[in-house]
Design a protein around this ligand. Structure first.
Ligand SMILES: Nc1ncnc2c1ncn2[C@@H]1O[C@H](COP(=O)(O)OP(=O)(O)OP(=O)(O)O)[C@@H](O)[C@H]1O
Ligand SMILES: CC(C)(CO)[C@@H](O)C(=O)[O-]
Length: 280
């Protein structure tokens, strides 16, 4: 039997953020706030002569993942990787970061690389930043909670709190993160819209996120329709950054969102990436 390692990482919904420049990928990142969610990516890794990545979601599978391929090459290993997730990809659930953290956690154990949890996160963060698939998702998903990041990168100061209430989300389609992160105009509007404080609780997180979504002008017409419906029902809601989707909290949230698509009920994660098993 081929030796196999399996690991999981939670995803992350970013509510608001601002890019932070740095001298190298370790110091480039973002400040902002988001929610680390119970749903994420499970990665199964086995040694192979050449690297191949299979990305599985529901009954659909695709091949390749540039950030993961890059990270494995940097670590000097080749492996057959299968990532599995329930949430849609590219929809603002931080799944590229989760896929990296889960895969590198499994790789670390499979190949006995002896990396610390922080070193695993550092490699994942570097791959994210270089591929423009995220800025602060890896830093957030190192642990659980509603997260406020006041510095860039994985060593920055991060405060976390852990509400019991669920968050609900609906996805209306993908919004490739790199398309926004590569647009100077969008990044300038994002920086100007940044609310320079941490959230007090979940409703306050929704409130700050909504102000940011409006001012940054990232809200697409289909997202607008969902937010309008949430406003009518007085449900705190905002846009999943960066995806064409909406998250909402509190009474009535699930019902309003269900008018627009499949509703994902998300718990606030209690922990970051972890190894599930090594076989045999
Ligand atoms: N589940 C996954 N498994 C492997 N690679 C993934 C996965 N999700 C995303 N990626 C990689 O990240 C690339 C870009 O993803 P993108 O950053 O747009 O999506 P995301 O992380 O789901 O969303 P966001 O960053 O907006 O929350 C994909 O083309 C793929 O290479
Ligand atoms: C850029 C981003 C919104 C993409 O999910 C996230 O990484 C963040 O908050 O920095």
């Amino acid at each position: 039997m081929v030796r196999t390692a399996v690991a999981f990482s939670p995803g992350h919904i970013s509510g608001y953020f601002k890019r932070v420049e740095g001298s190298d990928p370790a110091t480039i990142g973002s400040v902002g706030a988001g929610v680390v969610i119970s749903e994420g990516v499970r990665s199964t890794v086995e040694p192979a002569r050449a690297t191949s990545i299979r990305v599985v979601r529901e009954d659909h599978a695709s091949a390749g993942s540039p950030p993961i391929e890059y990270a494995l090459e940097r670590l000097g290993v080749t492996a057959r990787v299968t990532t599995e997730c329930r949430l849609p990809i590219g929809a603002g659930f931080g799944l590229s970061a989760a896929a990296l953290l889960a895969t590198l956690t499994a790789v670390n154990h499979l190949f006995d690389l002896g990396l610390s949890t922080e070193e695993v996160a550092a490699h994942a963060h570097e791959a994210e930043v270089l591929h423009r698939t995220g800025l602060g998702d890896v830093a957030a998903s190192q642990a659980g909670g509603v997260v406020c990041r006041t510095g860039a990168g994985i060593h920055a100061e991060i405060t976390r709190f852990y509400p019991d209430d669920p968050l609900y989300a609906v996805s209306l389609g993908p919004l490739p993160t790199a398309s926004v992160l590569s647009s100077p105009g969008a990044m300038a509007r994002i920086a100007a819209a940044y609310p320079d404080r941490c959230p007090r609780d979940l409703p306050d997180f929704c409130h700050l996120s909504r102000g940011f979504a409006e001012e940054s002008e990232l809200v697409a017409p289909e997202v607008r329709r969902v937010l309008d419906a949430c406003d009518t029902e007085r449900v705190p809601a905002s846009m999943t950054m960066l995806g064409n989707g909406v998250f909402a909290a509190g009474r009535g949230a699930e019902q309003v969102l269900s008018l627009f698509g499949e509703v994902y009920t998300l718990r606030v994660a209690r922990r970051g990436a972890y190894l599930i098993e090594v076989r045999p």
